[in-house]
Design a protein around this ligand. Structure first.
Ligand SMILES: Nc1nc2c(ncn2[C@@H]2O[C@H](COP(=O)(O)OP(=O)(O)O)[C@@H](O)[C@H]2O)c(=O)[nH]1
Ligand SMILES: [Mg+2]
Length: 346
């Protein structure tokens, strides 16, 4: 519920189906929620305008959730962890949405590693909503559409939105650009991990959780926590006076999970109270604007028949080394109907 929304405000949307989606989302109906996300992921031209209209109408009803990214290498226990944390949050009466990002799917039509989002118990609950990563050819890029899916979930009243990364590489930054908090899951041990985990990913983390701290791995997990605390002293914290937290947990037994949820909530509150969250979200919105601009400009260019006719030849010339990519791009820009614009950029 957004207090800045004028009372009785009922936007009129351009058609009955869109209005019914809008009302359904605000009422928290799953079918409307799922259909709305399908609409923003659609690659059909006419759907884009309708999706934008819907998101704009829902926007005043967004912003109230904690947006949490969860990242870690395949097999570290992300899905198991989200299931356990999600169920713990539901037991507190909260509603949890899980979205996944996999930028590699936009190119390959599916995750390279075939990593599945598998959360059997959470999937069955009415107070949880799980949406796998859009695969292949999503209009506007995976990050952009996941951002819109996240806003729809917020408008539908979910108060914890988890963005799971299932790809590797680009997906961590994509998830960080969508969320308030970044939780990195690691396995016990990992002297290798300390070197192997890219420093850049470590710097994104607000919380590092050493998962699988159970059975024979408990002691090793404790040492890993200590090692990472020491290593993190050398990394500049994301926010002044807010050190990256390192804790151990077991997604399998549930040990340490309640505490982790408390830690997540405390960190989310601290971010909101300090004003960091507002600043971060503002930056993220502007970044999203520029990403959309870039994508849309390119898409418009490629719809120009003059460009489409010539592009294949230019690709071949670039492939064979007869033309440089820069010169081919310049020709495309000159051919398009936006010639004047390209010249002034030029
Ligand atoms: N011992 C132990 N195994 C776990 C834990 N969490 C996950 N696993 C196991 O690790 C494997 C990979 O888990 P999964 O959640 O699919 O990892 P993901 O690829 O990161 O999503 C599965 O066999 C899980 O049962 C844990 O806390 N302790
Ligand atoms: Mg998984």
């Amino acid at each position: 519920m957004n207090l800045n929304q004028p009372p009785g405000d009922k936007p009129t949307l351009s058609d009955e189906r869109l209005t019914s989606l809008y009302r359904g989302v605000l009422a928290g109906e799953r079918r409307s929620l799922a259909r709305s996300i399908t609409l923003v992921e659609s690659t059909r031209r006419g759907d884009r305008e309708r999706a934008i209209e819907l998101i704009d109408a829902l926007l005043p009803h967004t912003g109230d959730a904690t947006r949490l990214a969860i990242s870690g290498t395949p097999g570290v226990g992300k899905s198991t962890f989200i299931e356990t944390v999600g169920l713990a949050a539901c037991r507190q009466g909260r509603r949890v949405a899980v979205l996944s990002v996999d930028p590699s799917s936009a190119r390959t039509g599916g995750s390279i590693l075939g990593d599945k989002t598998r959360m059997p118990e959470l999937t069955r609950r009415d107070d949880a909503f799980i949406r796998p990563s859009p695969s292949g050819g999503v209009l506007g890029g995976v990050g952009q559409r996941t951002r819109e899916a996240l806003l729809i979930c917020e408008a539908a009243g979910f108060d914890l939105v988890i963005v799971e990364t299932v790809g590797v590489g680009q997906s961590e930054t994509t998830a960080a650009d969508l969320t308030d908090l970044f939780l990195l899951l690691l396995a016990p041990g990992g002297g290798d991990d300390l070197q192997g985990i890219k420093r850049g990913i470590m710097e994104l983390a607000d919380i590092v959780a050493i998962n699988k701290a159970d059975g024979a791995l408990v002691d090793l997990a404790r040492h890993t926590v200590a090692d990472h605390r020491a290593a993190l002293h050398l990394v500049r914290p994301k926010y002044p006076n807010m050190e990256t937290e390192v804790v151990a947990c077991s997604a399998l037994t549930g040990d340490g999970i309640e505490e982790l949820l408390q830690l997540i909530d405390a960190r989310a509150r601290a971010l909101a109270d300090s004003g960091h969250r507002a600043a971060l979200r503002q930056e993220q919105a502007v970044t999203a604007l520029h990403a959309d601009l870039l994508y849309e400009l390119r898409a418009r260019l490629l719809r120009d028949p003059d460009v489409a006719d010539r592009l294949g030849e230019l690709e071949l010339a670039v492939r064979q080394g007869h033309r440089s990519p820069g010169s081919a791009a310049a020709e495309v820009l000159d051919r398009s109907s936006g010639q004047q614009t390209s010249r002034t950029i030029g």
